[in-house]
Write a protein that binds this ligand. Sequence first.
Ligand code: GLC
Length: 723
Amino acid sequence: MRTLKPQDARRIETLLERMTLTEKLGQLTMMSASHSVTGPVITGHSTGDIRSGRIGNLLNLIGAGAAREMQRIAVEESRLGVPLLIGLDVIHGHRTIFPPPLAETALFDPVAWALTAREAAREAAADGINMTFAPMLDVSREPRWGRTVEGPGESPWVGRVLAEAKVRGFQGTDLTAGDSIAAVAKHFCAYGAVTAGREYASVDISERTLLEVHMPPFAAAVSAGVVAVMPAFTDLAGIPMTAHAGMLRGRLRRELGFEGVLISDYNAVAELIQHGVAADLIEAATLALRAGVDIDMVSGAYLEGLPAALERGLVSHAQIDESVLRVLALKARLGLFEDPYRRGATPESAAALAERRRLARDVGTRSIVLLTNRDDALPLAGALRRVALIGPLGDAAAEMRGPWWCAAPPDAQVSVLAGMRAALPHAEILHASGVDIAGADERGIAAAVQLCDRAEAVVLCLGEAATMSGEAASRAHPGLPGRQRQLAEAVLQRAAARAIPVIAVLFCGRPLMVPWLAERASALLAAWFPGCEAGHALADLLTGRISPSGRTPITWPRAVGQIPLYFGQRSGGRPTDPSGPFSSRYIDESNAPLFPFGHGLTYGHFALSRLRVTPESAAPSATVSVLVDVENQGRRRGEETVFLFTRRLKSRVAPPTLELHAFGKITLDPGARATLTLRLPLAQLSSLGPDLEPALESGTVEILAGPSADLASLLTVRLQVVA
Ligand code: GLC
């Protein structure tokens, strides 16, 4: 362990020598308390198992008092006094909930991504937590898959940038500090490519796709110093990741140089039996340990199975000791031996909590994506006196948390209704849910529609419940659940008859297939789940106090039949030609997305011009500057995001039609113009050759810049790469 202090190395070696087999296996075991479980709670364990050393780690424990008591038992009442890892899914906040990662990615702001992780770490550590099972780094092009909401969206490059920001945010600059926690990069690897978007389904992708799309965020997490990784539940081409020595010991440890702890997913070791690769816990534990999994989360397979595996010679003491040393080393790096009570010792100040909520409001506001805004229907006129707030997400504070709400109580969120009332104190906000989020009851539609008769504008709050995305929440019909479409159609019809605008707001953990709504609403926003300050965040935008700046980190298909639909797909030999019958197309649907990657409107109207690159010819080791002029031709100040893509004109391997390498932001007042400069290290243009080895080929590269991955919106200039 390169990064251990000598005294720590000696300490853990000595501990290991003194440990019984049970105590060793206890260090390789993490059991769940019952505060929030994500799978079957394995009962039958108690604090007695901590005293005896049979349990060396816990998860799903919430509250500084509970955490301190468990630590005390481990440190003061067990034979060797080894402190516990105490882990929790602090995915997007602890008690102060931020938007979930997919929504937060819409900020395209690595500083913010790191900051929310830092704040979540502080809050969790104040509760005695010393490990979070985050960041989730599964690249996904699958709106049907519920866990798309937990990850970085469709771009491997964005995934890399997010990975680094989150690891540094959670772990801080000093992992022993009382406000730093261990990050766990998950789920290694390619969980986002589950068959048909179906949760836990098999994953079978090419080696190239694995290396080009799904591995890069994990490589970035390892480079950023992540101290733990969680293998995915899924198999990869038939080999369950929990037993995949080639991926865990090979690509992750040997090739990427990962030296940290591998912690299984919830009960995943035992589930090797369900995968069909193990007959019993003994074989399951054997496969997982051989593959390099250090900690068995919840299944008890290591405790129950490894003694027999040792007796049968299926595993060795050396293999067990190797894993125990990695776990003890992590505990040393966390400073747990120095002071196991450091985390949770000091309650946070009210000022710190208030500042965190201010951050949550800022991030919530900036995560919301303005998808359409016909005739500048938004922002709402300040003189509005009566607004109809209709839909099942209008007064749904608990839903605003999104999935993985962790320790956030259901009533700690600001609902849209509360936010609108606070933002428009002189206006009457007429509210009716109309229908439930799901369910077939349409009796409330009539009363809701009648509110349109008294209102000057309608805000229609539709979408998913928080539990309709996240784990175990795949959807085959990712549209509006229940009878929401019926409600929306009726409201749109009545509002059109009265010529009042309908602002449709989608609360969702995935792109929803709603082309009909995009077509008919006056404006459409993807609010995702804006977190604890949701109502204020949305009201900030609707009233124009703040201009929208979010950009969608995932393509929005028109129809499920188009999935997977993402930017940069290889063109094939008959590229899409809507007019040509023999081209890559559907006969019953457009190839075009409803909204492309990176799409998002602001209250400004931006025009890009004069794209240029300097120098125009460069060696692979160079970094070039890409400059583009940006002008705000609108009537309101706004922040524009510009994406920088490249396209290789010819390569030994069919090149993607677009590759993302940078993004930049610029805020301009109406009428202002400025030049935005983006830096492009040409080393980033390296790609995997036919042999899957990285190479940077000489030749002509197109550089494209624009507001999204919509090819029609991109300016192009050429660069010569000269080796
Ligand atoms: C869950 C998830 C994983 C989470 C773990 C602990 O099943 O797959 O992401 O960290 O169990 O809650």
